[in-house]
Design a protein around this ligand. Structure first.
Ligand code: MG
Length: 163
């Protein structure tokens, strides 16, 4: 059917592509496909200063179908929320410049002047009840403790964004 090299590669690609989806978990394959067709999943901001955690979370989100952006401290998170209005923030608590608690306070204070309300999820290694309460007191909506798992992240995003 194809005489040139490109054509042969196209045939190989078409043959392999369904198998790529087949080896992925079926719901994940559906999510990816739905996202590619509709791009309806919403925008997530990751506020995280640790390089390894940045890579892990970005990789997880790349597989979920949600669009995402990354900032490395609380101050940049506040600026990003002002200008881009993400649907949800995964907010590390311990960050340089401005920590996640102060960043959340600043975002909630800005929101008082508008009708917007961004979902803010605390992401922290400190999983004690004290930390959870502190996060809720400053206006965060939910809490995830590190290390994160793919299942937990998807469950959290879907419950807040209805993906
Ligand atoms: Mg940190």
């Amino acid at each position: 059917m194809f005489s040139d090299t490109k054509g042969r590669w196209a045939v190989v690609f078409i043959a392999i592509y369904p198998k790529i989806f087949a080896v992925m978990e079926p719901p994940m394959a559906c999510r990816r496909l739905w996202h590619l067709l509709n791009k309806e999943f919403g925008m997530i901001l990751i506020a995280e200063d640790n390089l390894v955690n940045q890579i892990v979370i970005q990789q997880m989100l790349a597989d979920t179908g949600y669009d995402h952006a990354l900032v490395e401290n609380g101050k940049l998170a506040v600026e990003f929320c002002k200008t881009h209005k993400p649907d949800l923030v995964l907010m590390d608590i311990s960050m340089p410049e401005m920590n996640g608690l102060d960043a959340t306070k600043a975002i909630r204070s800005i929101e008082k002047e508008t009708a917007d309300r961004i979902v803010i999820i605390a992401v922290t290694a400190h999983a004690a009840d004290f930390d959870r309460n502190l996060c809720m007191e400053v206006g965060m909506d939910d809490f995830m403790s590190k290390p994160l798992s793919m299942g937990r992240v998807i469950e959290m995003l879907d419950s807040w964004l209805g993906g």
